[in-house]
Design a protein around this ligand. Structure first.
Ligand code: ZN
Length: 349
């Protein structure tokens, strides 16, 4: 299997009103290097693309890439050709290596916009080199820029940054310095296309967490009620665990739960509700991790706070209701009083 190290440059609308919703970022350059299974370079792909949606480069895009409108008009080809050529060049058996998660999504959006058949089946696994670097450096959720990492790894700089083929080369250089045997198991899964049905739904098991991606649901409530979404399999033995705290909402788009495996102990679950690519529904991403006592305490606390908040809101609502009812009563009795007085005084007519 080969590695395709990919980098894209893109341009966008100058004003939000001019944005084409399906394709907010128009690719203007594709750069990629093909590595064999020993991470040795065997080929490269580089091409400029003549824009058709946002015809003028933003000043920011020009500053970052050093490209000018003339360059693209003169040397660029249309994406209909470029996209297809790139896919053909990729070959059959490969995995993408990309700096960060966004280039792959933009590529898929551009391909879809031009009705170029996307050949990848679900799930599309890829290696996010930016994430692998953070893992190797034990930097947790920190994400560095490519420039920073090239500097930190003392990789010689022999071309500009922010041109696709150069950035792809730099990304390949970083990738070669990653302990692949260990970190390749930390692949990412592309969310552009989600499972079509429950048979495509899968749980991916990593060293420190598991991740499950659901199919599309029409509503958030539907997703969260789904039996499969609510499952809590143990990270290690994959048996269903006993729930200690059932799924509860954080009031936003996340849900939390705690469960125990008899053999492997306490674990925490989190469901995140995400909107699908074309805004026609939602899907759930569930992660399960081992849970420390601190984690446990913070989840318990979170639920208590939410319950307290909810109780307070109900109390406020009911006291407001009471106040309204009282005011209504006062009005009624005042009216009755007046009526009574009028009666006592005798009808004037
Ligand atoms: Zn277990």
């Amino acid at each position: 299997m080969n590695y395709i190290v990919l980098d894209l440059e893109w341009n966008q609308a100058a004003y939000k009103v001019d944005e084409e919703e399906e394709i907010p970022f128009e690719i203007i350059e594709i750069g990629a290097v093909k590595l064999n299974d020993k991470a040795e370079k065997i080929d490269q792909f580089s091409c400029l693309i003549r824009p058709q949606i946002y015809p003028f480069l933003l000043r920011r895009t020009k500053e970052i890439t050093g490209l000018r409108d003339d360059d693209l008009d003169r040397d660029g080809i249309y994406f209909e050709d470029a996209g297809q050529q790139f896919l053909d060049w990729c070959g059959k058996d490969y995995i993408f290596c990309i700096w960060g998660p966004s280039d792959l999504t933009q590529l898929e959006r551009n391909l879809a916009y031009y009705d170029i058949r996307i050949p990848w089946k679900y799930p599309l696994k890829y290696l996010d080199v930016q994430k692998l670097y953070a893992l190797q450096m034990k930097e947790g959720k920190t994400r560095r820029t490519l420039e920073y990492v090239i500097g930190a790894m003392e990789i010689p700089v022999d071309g500009p940054f922010h041109r696709a083929i150069e950035d792809a080369e730099y990304t390949a250089q970083v990738f070669r310095r990653i302990d692949r045997e260990h970190y390749e198991s930390f692949f990412s899964v592309d969310y552009y296309r989600i499972p079509k049905n429950r048979f495509e739904e899968a749980t991916f098991y990593f060293e420190t967490y598991s991740k499950y991606v659901s199919r599309k649901f029409n509503l958030k409530e539907e997703a969260v009620k789904n039996r499969r979404v609510r499952e809590m399999p143990c990270l290690y033995c994959r048996r269903q665990m006993k729930k200690e705290i059932n799924w509860f909402s954080d009031g936003g788009h996340s849900y939390f739960a705690l469960a125990t495996c008899k053999t492997h102990g306490l674990m925490k679950g989190r469901i995140r509700i995400k909107t699908t690519e074309n805004y026609d529904g939602v899907f759930a991403v569930r992660t399960i991790k081992p849970c420390s006592e601190e984690d446990q305490a913070s989840i318990v606390k979170k639920r208590e706070n939410l319950t307290a908040k909810r109780r307070e809101r109900r109390k406020k609502e009911s006291s407001a209701k009471k106040a309204r009812a009282e005011a209504e009563n006062n009005k009624k009795s005042a009216a009755k009083q007046t009526e009574k007085k009028q009666k006592q005084a005798g009808r004037p007519e």
